[in-house]
Design a protein around this ligand. Structure first.
Ligand SMILES: Cc1cc2nc3c(=O)[nH]c(=O)nc-3n(C[C@H](O)[C@H](O)[C@H](O)COP(=O)(O)OP(=O)(O)OC[C@H]3O[C@@H](n4cnc5c(N)ncnc54)[C@H](O)[C@@H]3O)c2cc1C
Ligand code: SF4
Length: 533
């Protein structure tokens, strides 16, 4: 019957929505996913054309405000030194992500115990380990076994090539005696499950037309759809509805023609990311939940964590291999765990990147005063082009209540739905960590032979990791969802994206977001009989 409730309604078809949909599909329940974006057409990606770098500043910008597609929603991030980056489509932000794919360390789940800051997670590394492995199989991970920074894990494909840039920096790390290892990447280094292996073109963050990069539209979704999950695109959810008992009863969404629809559901799973999820919950106001759905703790939208990033690039006298190859090559976790003598707690990962394309080289050079206008302009450009490489430091951000996602009083999306507003300040701990990361990176770059440096801290456009705004915990006063992703206040409502992170760790989050989504799905399957009690 058309108006019969579906068994499970998933909102958001990105990294986490795809994983939870695929895992639940084996139950043969009636599952529908609503996604405001569309299916992407990889042959239209900038990476298949010569203007790929220019389109990075237009319809494939990482900033929803700059992109301004009808499928996007604007974000007021004027009151934040870091602006939000995302993508809205089937595949979500994995369409643009770089696929750098580290796991959390076991210590990341226990920062209160170890360092007396923030909170411990209600689950540990061992709980997630089987789901990390399952997600690795579905996404396809390249890497090298044996990294001393981690418990044992087996990558599925050989590591991506280090290239001249990777080898050059690895020599620098060797000189310093510091840890480095080939990065785990969600990029196929050889043909994998119908996807072509990486051909090293180097345009990963505008969409990989080759299909080597594991965006979830080409990994999880085809399997989930074949197993019966329905994806409704151009379906922008305005609010999640509740019944008189305070249970989630479905959602109201707007289609591509601006028409409003209602869908009824027995269970609702939110997977809209660390900004989209609190926005949706805060927009879902009812008599039972006047301050937003599932928000009796008042913590929906609080404790927003980005990873403050520092960029440290070296300029080398000899040519490197430029931007060719995926941006990931090696990482260093020499400064990952707390060492209080450094003046801050927790730590960071260095993600070593390759070079930049011509447009990015020119823009970086001009902004850093390395390429002046006038007679020397072209010569100075040539001094930089193919001669720049370096790293970013991904710094652990600690949760702070005053870093928030709220609703903007005026700004709306194209359907008139209130847009999110970000208020965020860099903590003193983060500032000290960024400064330390720049100093150490400068040392290693000089050791590798760099003759000059360009730094940026924090990376102003670097709000690509969105976490903490509906945190997980056992205490309903101090968290939004329980230890298996279920809302404390609304027992048929689940959250599976980075919102539920308790702390952020010093690594990119997506492998952990997806492992968590699979773990939540598994917990639901084990409790199917009493899910609605
Ligand atoms: C440029 C860039 C580079 C990155 N690089 C890396 C990296 O190297 N490694 C890494 O681990 N992570 C990286 N990330 C982050 C990574 O993409 C995210 O962590 C991940 O995609 C988050 O998954 P998610 O499911 O929480 O949200 P998303 O993947 O963002 O998906 C959320 C989905 O929900 C939909 N949605 C939101 N609101 C609504 C609504 N009201 N109605 C209907 N649909 C809605 C959106 O359209 C979107 O498709 C990068 C991100 C960017 C932008
Ligand atoms: S470098 Fe590899 S992963 Fe990146 S866009 Fe090209 S083929 Fe895809």
């Amino acid at each position: 019957m058309p108006n019969d409730p579906v068994d499970v309604l998933i909102i958001g078809a990105g990294a986490s929505g795809a994983a939870v949909a695929w895992s639940l599909a084996e139950t043969r329940m009636h599952i529908v996913c609503l996604e405001q974006g569309e299916w992407m057409k990889p042959h239209e990606y900038p990476s298949s054309g010569r203007d790929w770098e220019a389109r990075r500043f237009g319809d494939f910008s990482i900033s929803p405000n700059r992109r301004g597609r009808v499928t996007d929603y604007p974000v007021n991030d004027d009151n934040s030194p870091i602006s939000v980056a995302n993508f809205n489509a089937v595949g979500g932000s994995t369409i643009l992500y770089a696929g750098h794919f580290p796991r959390f360390h076991p210590s990341d789940f226990r920062v209160k115990t170890l360092d007396g800051v923030a909170d411990d997670w209600p689950i540990d590394y061992q709980t997630l380990e089987p789901f990390y492995a399952e997600n690795d199989r579905m996404m396809g991970v390249s890497g090298l076994a044996g990294d001393p920074a981690y418990p044992d894990k087996q990558p599925l494909m050989p590591p991506l090539p280090l290239g001249v840039a990777g080898q050059t920096l690895a020599r620098g790390f060797n000189t310093m005696g510091w840890h480095w290892w080939p990065s785990d990447s969600a990029i196929a280094s050889e043909d994998y499950e119908g996807r072509g292996g990486c051909i090293n073109l180097g345009a990963c963050t505008v969409g990989c037309a080759q299909g080597a990069k594991a965006s979830t539209d080409i990994t999880y979704w085809p399997h989930a759809v074949r197993a019966g999950v329905e994806v409704r695109t151009r379906a922008r959810v305005r609010e999640i509805t509740v019944d008189e008992d305070g249970l989630a009863s479905g959602a109201i969404y707007i289609d591509a023609d601006g028409l409003e629809h209602k869908i009824a559901a027995h269970v609702v799973i939110v997977a809209c990311n660390g900004v989209g999820t609190p926005r949706l919950l805060l927009n879902s106001v009812s008599a039972q939940f006047p301050n937003g759905l599932a928000n009796r703790s008042g913590l929906v939208g609080k404790n927003l964590m980005f990873h403050p990033y520092a960029s440290i690039q070296g300029i080398f006298p000899e040519p490197l291999d430029g931007y060719r190859g995926p941006s990931n090559c090696i990482w260093s976790q020499e400064f990952y765990e707390t060492e209080r003598s450094r003046g801050f707690v927790r730590g960071f990962t260095y993600e070593i990147n390759r070079g930049r394309g011509p447009v990015a080289t020119a823009m970086n050079g001009v902004m850093a005063d390395k390429i002046p206008w006038g007679p020397d302009h072209h010569r100075r450009f040539r001094d930089l082009y193919n001669r720049m490489t370096g790293m970013v430091a991904i710094c652990e951000d600690l949760p702070e209540k005053h870093n928030t996602v709220t609703l903007d009083a005026e700004l709306t999306d194209p359907d008139g739905i209130p847009a999110p507003k970000i208020d965020y300040t860099l903590s003193e701990n983060s500032q000290r960590m960024l400064a330390f990361a720049i100093e150490r990176a400068s040392e290693v770059l000089r050791a590798a032979g760099a003759v000059d440096l360009i730094t940026e801290s924090p990376i102003a456009v670097g709000g690509w990791h969105l976490m903490g705004t509906a945190r997980m915990g056992t205490d309903p006063e101090r968290s939004v969802v329980n230890e298996w992703g279920r809302s404390h206040d609304v027992k048929n409502l689940f959250i599976v994206d980075g919102s539920i992170f308790v702390t952020s760790a010093g690594v990119n989050p997506t492998r952990t977001i997806q492992a968590l989504a699979l773990y939540v799905a598994d917990s639901m399957k084990q409790r199917l009989a009493n899910l609605f009690d």
